[in-house]
Write a protein that binds this ligand. Structure first.
Ligand code: C5P
Length: 407
């Protein structure tokens, strides 16, 4: 009950992501929070005050001039009786109003009247998010001391649209609430004092100074794990191959190119309490990369000879000294997912294998969703298909539980 007796004022803005805010209410309540909901007029086009109120366990508030609200609660009391105000989804319009100090409805009036910490979870079309006006408002809100979680990159509600603008997942928002309130509740975070190492992304294996062999790994899952672990209080080192996504906040990032570099960086980061190997490491590298750019037309087509790369996961799991207490590997499989994962667990000497089903039926490599089975010596835990952020949060929670009773 990390949020027991915490009073959360949840302001739901008018965006398609509002449906996720219903789940957010549940997640906050599961952790012991008391949730009061204010909905903007636009929010009510997406979800009803009835459903929000039913989940919160009390009537959702909607109207500044609602005589009933003003009589029994009123915007000043709504603002005052909150330990934290969460705006989710925070639309471009709501952010603009907040940045400008507007107060023309119950949501904005309560926001102006509160002295509690405020956390916003922006959600909008990617072009609206990157617009200079929205970025100016985000910078203003940051300068005003307002905390922000997300937005994430990925598929948008509009068909065919992708980019940065998706609302953070409910569990990410909950973690951000916990992090903001930690000094007040005095509850240490579940991974406080623990060191974690995460590998992520592809590796680039050089052919010559300008060419390389790579794979399609995006680094999304590994980066999400590093971010989630940092939010739970761990000191995280993320060892990342070349990716195009942003460094997660609050994480030490070591950037590498090849598998050999990645192994060296992993060894330099030890000792750690737990290591998660989510990188898609190339199995082979070119035996003798050219020192100069290979030229066409001299001696026909080149014949590349390969040598095997070190298995970073197996090398770390089988170390005699400085072996992390918990070593977690990943396995992307298209068939016999669980049997293959069991084999890999034994062969590599790790403690858990997170097997992700990348068959066409369930997941696509590089996509935003992941269907995973956590395979350990004790058995198999199959999780429903969820976003990579949700998988990351569930996994780091499980890691926190596994490390709980260790110094
Ligand atoms: O053997 P396979 O590549 O399927 O194993 C995947 C797991 O092993 C992942 O956790 C990956 O990060 C790790 N791995 C590694 N070094 C390699 C190959 C795989 O750490 N050279």
């Amino acid at each position: 009950m990390t949020l027991s007796s915490t009073r959360v004022l949840l302001i739901i803005g008018g965006g398609i992501a509002a449906y996720k805010s219903l789940d957010l209410i549940r997640r906050l309540k599961e952790r012991g929070a008391r949730v009061r909901v204010v909905m903007t007029r636009a929010a009510q086009e997406f979800v009803t005050p009835l459903s929000a109120g039913a989940l919160a366990g009390e009537r959702a508030h909607t109207d500044l001039f609602d005589s009933k609200t003003e009589f029994d609660i009123g915007h000043i009391r709504l603002a005052r009786e909150a330990d934290i105000v969460v705006v989710a989804p925070a639309t471009a319009d709501l952010m603009a109003k907040m940045a400008g100090g507007h107060a023309d409805d119950l949501a904005t009036t309560a926001l102006l009247a509160t002295t509690a910490p405020v956390l916003i979870a922006p959600a909008m079309n990617a072009k609206m998010w990157s617009h200079v006006a929205t970025q100016r408002n985000a910078a203003q809100l940051h300068a005003d001391g307002i905390a922000m979680v997300g937005p994430n990159a990925g598929e948008m509600a509009e068909a065919g649209e992708a980019g940065v603008g998706r609302m953070a997942e409910p569990l990410e928002i909950v973690a951000a609430v916990e992090a903001l309130l930690e000094p007040r509740t005095g509850q240490p975070k579940p991974l406080s004092g623990k060191r974690l190492l995460v590998t992520s992304g592809p590796t680039h294996e050089p052919i010559d100074p300008v060419r390389y062999i790579a794979n399609r790994s995006s680094g999304k899952q590994g980066h999400a794990i590093a971010k989630a672990a940092a939010e739970l209080g761990a000191a995280v080192t993320l060892i990342s191959g070349p990716v195009t996504i942003a460094d997660p906040p609050g994480v030490r990032v070591v950037k590498v190119q090849s598998a050999k570099d990645m192994l060296a960086a992993v060894e330099a980061a030890l000792p750690v309490d737990a290591a998660v190997f989510a990188a898609a490491v190339a199995d082979w590298r070119v035996a003798e990369p050219g020192r100069q750019k290979m030229k066409k037309g001299f001696g026909g087509t080149p014949q590349l000879a390969f040598v095997e790369n070190p298995d970073i996961l197996a090398t770390t799991a089988k170390r005699e000294s400085k072996r992390p207490r918990l070593v977690v590997g990943f396995a992307a499989e298209t068939e016999n997912v669980i049997d293959n994962a069991r084999d890999k667990l034994a062969r590599k000497g790790c403690d858990w294998i997170v097997a992700n089903d990348v068959s066409a039926a369930t997941g696509i490599m590089g996509g935003d969703a992941n269907t995973v089975h956590v395979v350990t010596a004790e058995g198999v835990d199959s999780w429903p298909s969820q976003s990579k952020e949700e998988v990351a949060h569930a996994l780091v929670r499980r890691i926190a539980d596994a490390l709980k009773d260790t110094p």
